[in-house]
Design a protein around this ligand. Structure first.
Ligand code: HEC
Ligand code: HEC
Length: 236
């Protein structure tokens, strides 16, 4: 997969000229066309359609600010040096349209048809929580299976926390509350420095109680077992 990327990115860059000059006047609508035109959907799923090489973006406008989305699309490696998300060298106009489109995505379609209530996972709370973790996009900040490693600015360690050991510090109830209310402002490392760009969202505004409970059950299940742990799954 990795070796195949540069090829298809080049092909996309060549094909995209066709889109670049035809604005419809509706930025979010243009953004949707660009999303498909630039091949974003080969790596990202929205509303159940697309690839899984990168995080599902169905809730991305709920969890990430416009400012961060713009920064990320402008220079992914500037924010996370080892990311495999390519820099597609988007023009300002294309980037602004993509940000308008993405910031509208707040999970509406998944709330109408919830994949985590499918019969295959419905009766297994931790499995259901794993699906939610990936589809609601916890994975976009906390990494695959909660292993962490993603950057934040002006917080201790400059990282978003790892979640594999939360079972040691939180009861199930405390975890549910944490996920429900989030952390609107993380403690700044340098009090006179800028606000951190990433914050833990208040998921209680878009997820139901039984969904928060499944997420907590999944996080508790991440604690490594004596035999080696569960945090190696290769999926978003
Ligand atoms: C936009 C990025 C982002 C997303 C998405 C996100 N988180 Fe967080 N999360 C954070 C940040 C930042 C913190 C640290 C907050 C602080 O300063 O204490 C955090 C903290 C946490 C903590 C507390 C960890 C600890 O060690 O105290 C838990 C538990 C947690 N998140 C679970 C989740 C779950 C479950 C989801 C998905 C429903 C999720 N997070 C989605 C950014 C995010
Ligand atoms: C080759 C696959 C690939 C392509 C093409 C790609 N991305 Fe990504 N993208 C990723 C990966 C992988 C990540 C996760 C980054 C990380 O954590 O290292 C990501 C992350 C993101 C994020 C942040 C997600 C989150 O949860 O916070 C956004 C937004 C995004 N991409 C948008 C786009 C857009 C818009 C395009 C098209 C212009 C695009 N991506 C094209 C692979 C891709």
């Amino acid at each position: 997969m990795k070796r195949f990327i540069p090829l298809f990115v080049v092909a996309i860059a060549a094909a995209v000229g066709a889109f670049a000059s035809h604005g419809s006047g509706d930025m979010a609508k243009d953004g949707e066309a660009y999303f498909n035109g630039f091949g974003c959907e080969r790596c990202h799923t929205i509303n159940g359609k697309g690839g899984d090489y990168g995080p599902d973006l169905t809730y991305v406008g709920f969890r990430k600010s416009k400012e961060w989305l713009d920064l990320w699309l402008k220079d992914p490696h500037g924010w996370k040096s080892n990311t495999v998300m390519p820099n597609l060298h988007l023009s300002d106009e294309v980037r602004a349209s993509l940000v308008a489109y993405l910031s509208n995505l707040k999970g509406d379609s998944y709330r109408l048809s919830t994949p985590w209530n499918h019969a295959s996972v419905k009766d297994n709370s931790a499995k259901r929580g794993e699906m939610l973790f990936n589809k609601a996009g916890c994975v976009g900040c906390h990494g695959r299976a909660g292993v962490g490693g993603n950057p934040n600015n002006n917080v201790a360690g400059n990282k978003i926390p790892t979640l594999t050991l939360v079972a040691d510090g939180y009861s199930r109830e405390e975890l549910i509350t944490k996920i429900r209310v989030g952390v609107p402002k993380s403690l700044k490392e340098d009090p006179s420095g800028p606000d951190p760009m990433i914050h833990m969202p208040a998921w209680g505004t878009v997820l139901k109680d039984d969904e928060l409970e499944s997420l907590a059950d999944y996080l508790i299940s991440l604690k490594p077992k004596a035999s080696g742990g569960a945090a190696t799954k290769d999926e978003w």
